[in-house]
Design a protein around this ligand. Structure first.
Ligand code: ADP
Ligand code: MG
Length: 263
């Protein structure tokens, strides 16, 4: 099936019939660094086509959570199932097969400094596909045009703004047509207009490809725009999970404080 992210077949029915097939299931996930118990029994489920945003103050383990899902860090206890496959104890080859299904945007866009925009996006295609050079070049252009960066192919990361770097990072995260997208603070440090553009892009992907996503953010405006569901992390636990309205109207002291502070 052709999976063109340049197609613009937007409609507003994307949340109407989300099937409830669980794609990511975390059960009792624990992670410590030395004596610091960062994640203390995390339970989360994300179903196909859903965008879950994970909110929480700095240092609450949001980035660690994403790193556990792609096994950049190993959990101490608990279970993480990705499309029904338990990742604890998985061998490197099996984990790599799962990783290819996941697009990941690190907190700091983490483009390769010495590669051009085009080369950065081509990198996963070179590594993981047998595409010919011209197929690759077409695909890179398609990916970059879907994030509005098709005119900057030959620029170096240092020559473009932070928002543009994030967009290129997003194009690279999408290169292998992932089924799951993990974005770590995609709008942090961006001005509201650029943040809005990134949000629109995430919404577009959600609508066009029913991607299953976890987006870490502490940007409440962004969370409200893109999330089907939100989870608020504090002291290693999920303190509340629900729709934006449910969290915003919560009587829980911590949830209220969090929403008051940022809104
Ligand atoms: N590799 C590591 N080694 C030691 N401590 C770490 C490591 N990664 C994260 N931490 C600690 O875990 C806590 C949570 O980090 P992080 O997930 O980055 O927080 P955030 O919610 O801001 O993304 C922080 O106190 C951080 O210092
Ligand atoms: Mg972080």
């Amino acid at each position: 099936m052709k999976h063109s992210i340049a197609e613009d077949n937007l409609d507003n029915s994307h949340t109407a019939d989300i099937p409830s097939e669980p794609v990511l299931v975390l059960r009792g996930v624990h992670k410590s660094f030395g004596t610091q118990h960062v994640l203390d029994g995390i339970n989360l489920t994300v179903v196909r086509g859903e965008t879950l945003t994970v909110l929480g103050r700095s240092g609450t383990g949001k980035s660690v959570l994403l790193k556990l899902i792609i096994a950049l860090e190993n959990m101490d206890a608990g279970s993480i199932c990705i499309q029904g496959q338990e990742i604890a104890g998985l061998g490197l080859n099996e984990m790599n097969r799962l990783r290819i299904k996941m697009g990941f945007l690190f907190q700091c866009a983490a483009l390769y400094d010495s590669l051009t925009v085009e080369q950065n996006v081509a990198f996963p295609l070179e590594r993981h596909t047998k595409m010919s050079k011209s197929e690759r070049s077409d695909r890179v252009k398609e990916l970059l045009s879907s994030v509005g960066m098709e005119h900057d192919l030959n620029k170096m990361p240092s020559d473009i703004s932070g928002g543009m770097q994030k967009r290129v990072g997003l194009a690279r995260a999408l290169a292998l047509q992932p089924e799951i997208l993990l974005l770590d603070e995609p709008t942090a440090g961006l001005d509201p207009i650029t943040s809005g553009e990134i949000d629109d892009l995430v919404l577009k992907l959600q609508k066009e490809h029913a991607l299953t996503s976890i987006v870490v953010t502490h940007d409440l405006h962004s969370a409200r725009t893109i999330a089907n569901r939100l989870a608020l992390l504090e002291k290693g636990k999920v303190v509340m999970e629900g729709s934006f309205e449910e969290l915003a109207e919560s009587n829980d002291d911590f949830v209220r404080e969090f929403f008051k502070r940022d809104s």
